[in-house]
Design a protein around this ligand. Sequence first.
Ligand code: XBP
Ligand code: MG
Length: 261
Amino acid sequence: MERGSLQALIFDVDGTLAETEHEGHRVAFNQAFREAGLDWTWDEATYASLLKVTGGRERILRFIADLPAAARPREDPQALASRLHARKTEIFQRLLRSGRIPLRPGVARLLREARGAGLRLAVATTTSAGNVEALLEANLGPGSLGWFEVIAAADLAPVKKPAPDVYRVVLARMGLRGRDCIAIEDSRNGLLAARGAGVSVVVTVSHYTRGEDFTGALVVLDGLGEPEHPVRVLQGDLDGFEYVNVEALQWLWRRAETTRP
Ligand code: XBP
Ligand code: MG
């Protein structure tokens, strides 16, 4: 890839590669709570509001802190959250490996096209590396982890989105500048993290993030789209492209370059 062109795509995972939250993480949290004898159920509305906190362990801690004092379990919250989160991760990975959580439309196509065009690929997520591996392997086969030069997950960037740390890790490991890349994200927290590291963002809104404020995104879409299923542009402009392909991303990248101060 010549300098002065788009070099790499950095993908968020939850909500972006797949709709993992609603029928995946949320269900797994609830099962872990039940197994631990807790009568906690995160319904859709509760989970939507808890998603403002990135990181599943952090989310459990927030939930415990918000309980009335009398309803809080006696166990140390840190220890309890770690234990519940570890079990939730096992349950979630079993769900992923069963193949019940597919990639979002256009994801597999765009990854293949990007590889074919010589774009470098990376992942920037707040979830754990094991979850990313299980999702990719279940949907794209065992070799697919190797498509990504860097998989930056919670182990490499413990300070989670909206902090830019996870994007900085990706850029440092790839030897790239933020402006060389485009991130694909589904949430405001993700958008802020990428922008904080100087990376422009294409937002593909997901189940829980539709109503969020995406000011500062290159474009906001309802997904990546497929040739037979055109995208809906929710904010901004896609220059008439009907779905996100490498050419559309290059157009967005060039437009961002010309407006850079
Ligand atoms: C995703 C998250 C994660 C998942 C749950 O945010 O915040 O916490 O909800 O995964 P993003 P873990 O898509 O912005 O990375 O339980 O493994 O944290
Ligand atoms: Mg996300």
